[in-house]
Design a protein around this ligand. Structure first.
Ligand SMILES: [Zn+2]
Length: 249
């Protein structure tokens, strides 16, 4: 199977650190929503390129399935692997963790961690994590989002993708949408990548016992940078850019 990078952590880095009044209000509003896992999971799904191909009546059910799976796998794993130390846990689960000082950026997009399944490997981009830490601190959000949790959050997130690989049960493949249909024939079908992401966020939240949904970091970071564009539009722009770099799966 070809290596398929898993990407977590999309954020824009700009020189300007001023938070406009409008963005400040949105940050406050967003902090209020950070505990609402159902709403944030819905947003993750809505940002998926396949969203409009999923029948409206199935969307909530699919997001809930992914949330419940992430939580269940965290509880299952804790029962068999009680180690709190995520690096040790990674070792026990047979995945190598590599810390890179290189910046992994594509245009204005910064990637904080990745998972590769052949061979199993997690890459943590330390300078990207550091930038996120600075954003959280400078925006006065450290009380709400402990920057010390950034590394465990990203390790746990990628461990979830490793579990998907070990179990041969990628949540993104549990539901397929036709992306090319002629008449009654579905010529091309695609999985829903957002389901894997929702599962990973739910896994992280349960494993680290967070009272907020980890996807909130991406959203808060974007808002504190003063980017108040609609997240769905922004995601679509990003997806288009990715296609120039060899495709988005
Ligand atoms: Zn992920």
């Amino acid at each position: 199977m070809p290596q398929e990078p898993h990407i977590l952590g999309v954020c824009e880095i700009k020189e300007e650190n001023d938070i406009g009044e409008n963005a400040k209000e949105q940050v406050d509003a967003f902090l209020g929503k950070a505990r609402d896992a159902d709403a944030l999971a819905g947003l993750v799904l809505e940002m998926d390129p396949t969203y409009r191909l999923i029948p409206a009546v199935r969307r909530t059910e699919l997001a809930s399935m992914a949330l419940e799976t992430g939580r269940a796998w965290a509880h299952e794993l804790r029962a068999t692997h009680p180690a709190e130390d995520l690096a040790l846990l990674a070792q026990q689960l047979g995945v190598e963790v590599e810390f890179s000082d290189e910046a992994n950026e594509a245009g204005d997009v910064v990637i904080r961690s990745e998972y590769y399944d052949a061979p199993a490997r997690i890459v943590i981009y330390q300078s990207s994590l550091e930038k996120t830490r600075e954003v959280i601190e400078q925006a006065g959000l450290a009380a709400a989002i402990d920057p010390g949790l950034l590394l465990p959050i990203h390790l746990a997130h990628e461990l979830f993708h490793h579990l998907e690989h070990l179990k041969q049960d990628r949540l993104s493949q549990r539901y397929k949408v036709p992306t090319l249909r002629i008449g009654q024939w579905n010529l091309i079908v695609s999985g829903v990548r957002a389901l894997s992401e929702i599962g990973a966020h739910a896994f992280v939240q349960a494993w680290l016992r967070l009272d907020w949904f980890p996807f909130a970091i991406d959203q808060l970071e974007r808002l504190t940078r003063g980017d108040t564009r609609d997240p769905v539009d922004r995601w679509n722009e990003f997806s288009k850019k990715r296609s120039w770099f060899g495709g988005w799966k």
